[in-house]
Design a binder for this molecule. Structure first.
Ligand code: C5P
Length: 310
């Protein structure tokens, strides 16, 4: 068994988030395109072989108890192994903002599965880890595989698509004092848009096919920028002032191709033809984001999910 494993857990943005309807299990049926970006948390996992899972974190306000997806992932992996004596001390270095719609918590849980599989010498294939990940959270399989993926079902059914042009740049912003609960956002979507939800597998299949065939996705490149549809934005933005401010400031950036909220928000982003343009736009307008109380980053797309830290 290995002594220490360090992994990077990247954030994601939604290039497309379409709420199709309600499923029999109470979740929403989705048609999404998710994209990994190079804003990442780091997990440092030490082998303790004492039957304990110990989690520590470098930011306040994040639970390090049994409800954290890292702890839940570690316990699931250990219970499936049948080796109760397995233990780990996990240090989380947080860079992805919390409650942001960037899958930070999901990516951390996915990273724990990948890291502990190596640390404990369990030998699960990535596909097995993705099945376990889906038990813990709808977007966790994506966080393991990463890159550019079509995501259907609850979000856990992944289909490959042409990888995005990696040269494209992103400016990402978020009010550090605001977070949006994912169950609340989906609940509001159902309340406000439920009457127009599609019904039945045939209708869902038709929309999935429509997304697969989208021009902008084959492949994603700056000369055919994606429309950036996010159905949750239409219910979250009217009720969240910081989302409206973020979208307005991003729209004013020179060179931006498209602007949208990510996931259930409140983080928002703008796409650029390349990283240099994103960097320049951010530097020229950093003070307007800061005056509005928004934290901001420039990022690149990345072609993979969780990976070993260099
Ligand atoms: O799967 P996950 O734990 O990330 O989902 C969090 C919550 O978001 C669910 O309990 C549900 O309220 C909502 N959700 C949904 N439909 C999805 C994914 C999430 O309604 N496809």
């Amino acid at each position: 068994m290995t002594a220490t494993v360090r992994v990077l857990a990247p954030a994601k943005i939604n290039l497309h988030l379409e709420v199709l309807g309600l499923r029999a299990d109470g979740f929403h049926e989705l048609a999404m395109v998710m994209q990994s970006i190079d804003l990442a948390d780091e997990l440092i996992c030490d082998n303790t072989a004492d039957g304990q899972i110990h989690l520590s974190c470098d930011v306040e306000g994040l639970s390090t108890g049994g409800d954290n997806l890292i702890t839940r992932a570690a316990e699931l992996l250990r219970s499936r192994s049948g080796f109760n004596e397995l233990g780990a001390s996990i240090q989380l270095k947080k860079k992805i903002p919390i409650g942001a719609g960037l899958a930070g918590g999901s990516s951390d849980g996915a990273a724990a599965l990948v890291a502990l599989n190596i640390l404990w010498g369990l030998g699960h294939a990535p596909a097995d880890l993705e099945v376990m990940a889906a038990e813990l959270g709808s977007d966790m399989p994506f966080c393991i595989r990463g890159g550019t993926q079509l995501c259907f079902g609850r979000g856990e059914q992944l289909e490959p698509c042409s990888p995005a042009d990696q040269a494209m740049g992103i400016v990402l912003v978020k009010d550090p004092s605001v977070s949006v609960s994912t169950p609340w956002a989906y609940g509001e979507c159902r309340r406000l848009r439920g009457a127009s939800y599609l019904e039945g597998d045939a209708a869902f299949a038709e929309r999935r096919q429509g997304l697969r065939a989208s021009d902008w996705l084959n492949p994603l490149r700056p000369d055919t920028p994606p429309p950036l549809q996010n159905d949750l934005q239409t219910v979250v933005a009217p009720q969240t002032a910081s989302v409206r401010t973020a979208l307005a400031l991003l729209e004013a950036l020179p060179g931006q191709l498209r602007v949208a909220m990510s996931g259930s928000g409140p983080s928002c982003f703008a796409l650029f033809a390349n990283r240099e343009q994103a960097d320049q736009a951010l530097e020229a307008h950093r003070s307007s984001f800061e005056q509005a109380g928004l934290a901001c980053w420039s990022c690149s797309m990345q072609p993979e999910g969780v990976k070993l830290a260099p």
